[in-house]
Design a protein around this ligand. Structure first.
Ligand SMILES: Cc1cc2nc3c(=O)[nH]c(=O)nc-3n(C[C@H](O)[C@H](O)[C@H](O)COP(=O)(O)O)c2cc1C
Length: 412
């Protein structure tokens, strides 16, 4: 697999080094093209060292002779701009080719991936949004930015997508090209794409945090980022399932190809599942549903001077209520256990009559809310327990759907 990574002048340029390193480690051939401005932020030597190839910056570096942009535009399976500035997005949208990277992008017939990274205000700017919309209409794929802490010191949307998301997107794009040989990270999606063992199945994934209102402006919620659900939905789509993501509050964008149903409260989540229930084959409950809700929701805004004693009521047991009427549907649950994960997971599996439980401890170092990794145990109906070491949420999702695919295939 031959991949061209374009690096532009975003503060996130250093993160492209990790992408190049991971691709290279997995056996891909990587060439890096940097803009002049990117070289102000990271030295070309970093990318030369990581890719093992000369880094290209100038349009006229190798002239006269065969123009370098034609060479680069024709020789790659995927062209991925990581990170992409507002500037390069605008240039591609307008057909401007005033440097090597923009000229390569406009000259290539390879799939182009764009991973924006910028300040929240820049990202929200009408010109930037219109340019993104134009490029999407023309078939350019975006690796959507995440919401979180930005280098400019504010919280908001505009942070470069995570390494796992970027590698998965490159893998997806490369899997449409007829090429062989790639990394674990890049090859895994290809292998799954080839098998499509969930084709003809409908999978519902729930994810993110629910929130329960306290008054008309405040709510209680939890720290779930929705990353696990986004990874699950991405893998389900890749393996051929018709996939619905019932999404509470999520800090990451849903993957492409998924029907997204947005909800806020637990009651809305229950209704959304009910709406999809009839023809669903498998439901994976990865959402962090609030166990409690304020017993009474105040009108308007509660006043500080009045003081507040909060009385909470238990919310509905969504998983249990659907599990009781599941028939042939496969029910998969997550058990967040801060101690004795296996014991707690087995109890949940029995009590709620589930087919598979992923027991994990979100407080374990390197895992949990907001992390790109997870670890824990797969607990099966027949009593088997499989320990899962620390791995990416995408790899964990592959394991979950391996179990789902064999369970569904064994159903009469
Ligand atoms: C320290 C620094 C960080 C920057 N970070 C970003 C960024 O994250 N995203 C962005 O769109 N522009 C960012 N800019 C502005 C771009 O570098 C500027 O628009 C430049 O013209 C982009 O050129 P290029 O697209 O050719 O690399 C940054 C500028 C500076 C000085």
């Amino acid at each position: 697999m031959r991949i061209l990574i374009g690096v532009t002048g975003s503060i996130a340029a250093y993160k492209a080094a990790e992408v190049v390193s991971a691709l290279k480690k997995s056996g891909a051939e990587v060439t890096v093209v940097m803009t002049e401005h990117a070289t102000e932020l990271v030295g070309p030597a970093t990318f030369r060292g990581l890719s093992g190839n000369e880094v290209r910056v100038g349009l006229f570096e190798r002239w006269p002779g065969k123009p370098i942009h034609i060479d680069l535009a024709t020789g790659h399976d995927v062209v991925a701009i990581i990170p992409a500035t507002a500037n390069i997005i605008g240039k591609i949208a307008c057909g401007i080719c005033d440097d090597l990277l923009s000229t390569v992008v406009l000259s290539t017939r390879s799939p182009v991936l764009v991973a924006p990274a910028m300040n929240e205000a820049m990202y929200g700017n009408v010109a930037v949004q219109e340019n993104i919309a134009t490029l999407k209409e023309r078939g350019i794929s975006f690796i959507e930015p995440e919401t979180g802490w930005l280098a400019c010191g504010v919280e908001g949307i505009g942070r470069l997508a995570s390494l796992d998301t970027i590698l998965a997107a490159i893998g997806d794009a490369a899997s449409t090209a007829d090429v062989a040989g790639a990394s674990d990270a890049v090859a895994a999606p290809k292998a799954a794409a080839a098998s499509k063992d969930l084709a003809g199945r409908k999978v519902v994934v729930t994810g993110g945090a629910t929130l329960e209102p306290l008054d008309e402006v405040r709510f209680i919620s939890n720290r779930s980022s929705g990353k696990m659900a986004a990874a699950l939905a991405r893998v389900a789509v890749r393996r051929g399932a018709e996939t619905v993501l019932v999404a509470g509050v999520m800090a990451v964008p849903p993957p492409p190809g998924v029907k997204v149903v947005r909800v806020e409260t637990g009651a809305e989540m229950k209704q959304a599942i009910q709406d999809e229930w009839e023809d669903t084959d498998c439901i994976v409950m990865a959402a962090a549903v609030c166990d409690f809700r304020p017993e009474r929701v105040a009108k308007g805004k509660l006043k500080r001077r009045d003081g507040l004693v909060l009385k909470l009521a238990s919310t509905d047991d969504i998983l249990g209520s659907f599990s009781r009427k599941k028939n042939k549907r496969m029910m998969v649950g997550f058990a967040l256990e801060t101690e004795n994960a296996v014991e707690g997971g087995k109890r949940k599996l029995d009590e709620k009559d589930l087919d598979l439980v992923i027991a994990n401890n979100p407080l374990r170092e390197g895992t949990g809310f907001g992390s790109d990794k997870n670890a824990g145990y797969l607990i099966y109906r027949d009593g088997r327990v499989e320990e899962m070491p620390l791995m990416s949420k995408l790899d964990l999702s592959e394991k979950v759907f391996d179990a789902v695919a064999s369970h569904l295939a064994a159903m009469p």
